[in-house]
Write a protein that binds this ligand. Structure first.
Ligand code: NAD
Length: 360
């Protein structure tokens, strides 16, 4: 198979590209614009492999996409390219509308025209897999808002949950999910959508909670907690996500949606304390890293809880996360401690840990 991956230089995209090159015989065409979030340094281990190709292309550029499709003749599209940081979407939503909505539309139209030219056998085999987020569903009831005996019965997101996005990022991803589904229903383009919870792991850009806290901690800086830190996310190790995505594109049913999650609900404050505990053991200093925790103004519109019901992908595609939060978090911290050059390289001139996403 030849798989065209968009956003393959980003956090999840690079994990997916490394997975495909290292664990399958497929070819990859990585289509990426290399925004601040895209780093070819994350693909060093596969960049010389003859099954890996890179195209520096913006997914909003129809002429360039036409050229890439004509040259590479892909069998599958795995669409991850996006603006992905909620705080940035609050500060400046325009790029999110452009890439996440217009870019997805442009890619869909390119794929549709290309797909119509294929012979029937190739048309039937073709897949357009759109990679999305659980943030499209909005937030769920929180354990602090119900009686103790009700906590076990709190709902989770299923494939039937209605969309109710809260942030400009989530709204732009929700829009793109709707476009993808409509292109399947109206034009018959063989699409699949997956919606995943928060990812963590190596090569994560240090604007997101886990890498930001690790790097701030070892640099002796404050560890900012939004609001009370009681927001709950379901964390999934990025390599488990990459494995799930490959299963979805190769074994998933056309027109279907699959929710992907880590069975691992954690309050933000507990995630930060866990990082501090591991750092206290791996890189001890006089005082605990937890003393650097600082509470800051909450994110506007901050969703309180996300949780994923993975029954469908587990039953139909036999996928389960392999990493526990304890093992995945330790691996992640060890990776950041031993990859300081990557951290400096990706931050230089792009981002120095400043607070983004406040309304005023
Ligand atoms: P990321 O921000 O790390 O990477 C995005 C990549 O897309 C970068 O390489 C960037 O250069 C590229 N890109 C951006 N605009 C582009 C454009 N116009 N044309 C071509 N390339 C462009 O994102 P990520 O965290 O790896 O997320 C990947 C996908 O998975 C996104 O669609 C995101 O919505 C989704 N997702 C992310 C998470 C998460 O926890 N990070 C969870 C669920 C779903």
């Amino acid at each position: 198979m030849k798989i065209l991956v968009t956003g393959g230089a980003g956090f999840i995209g690079s994990a997916l590209v490394r997975f495909i090159i290292e664990h399958t015989q497929d070819e990859v065409v990585n289509v990426d614009k290399l925004t601040y979030a895209g780093n070819l340094a994350s693909l060093q281990s596969v960049s010389n492999n003859p099954r890996y190709h890179f195209e520096l292309v913006d997914i909003c550029n129809r002429a360039e996409l036409d050229r890439v499709f004509a040259e590479h003749q892909p069998d599958f599209i795995m669409h991850l390219a996006a603006e992905s940081h909620v705080d940035r979407s609050i500060t400046g939503p325009s790029d999110f509308i452009q890439t996440n909505i217009v870019g997805t539309f442009t890619l869909l139209e390119t794929a549709r025209e290309y797909w119509q030219t294929l012979v029937l056998a190739k048309q039937n085999q073709f897949r357009f897999h759109h990679i999305s987020t659980d943030e499209v569903f909005g937030d769920l009831p929180h354990p602090d808002d119900v009686c103790a005996d009700q906590v076990a019965y709190l709902p989770k997101f299923t494939e039937q949950t209605s969309y109710a996005p809260s942030s400009p990022y989530a709204a732009s991803k929700a829009s793109s999910d709707h476009l993808v589904r409509a292109w399947c229903r109206t034009y018959g383009l063989p699409t699949i959508v997956s919606n995943c919870s928060n990812n963590y792991g190596p090569y994560h850009f240090p604007e997101k909670l886990i890498p930001l806290v690790i790097l701030n901690a070892i640099e002796g800086k404050d560890l900012p907690i939004y609001g009370k830190g009681d927001q709950i996310r379901d964390w999934l190790y990025v390599e488990d996500h990459a494995r799930a995505l490959y299963k979805v594109v190769t074994e998933g049913k056309v027109g279907e949606t699959y929710n992907i999650g880590g069975h691992n609900e954690q309050r933000n404050i507990d995630v930060v304390k866990a990082i501090c505990g591991i750092l206290d053991a791996l890189l001890p200093k006089e005082t605990s890293y937890a003393e650097q925790i600082t509470y800051v103004t909450d994110r506007p519109g901050h969703d309180r809880r996300y949780a994923i019901d993975t029954t469908k992908i587990s039953n139909e595609l036999n996928w389960q996360p392999q990493e526990t939060f304890a093992t995945g978090l330790r691996k992640t911290i060890e990776w950041y401690l031993t990859h300081q050059t990557w951290c400096q390289h990706v931050q230089d001139g792009r981002y120095q840990g400043e607070r983004l996403g406040l309304n005023s």
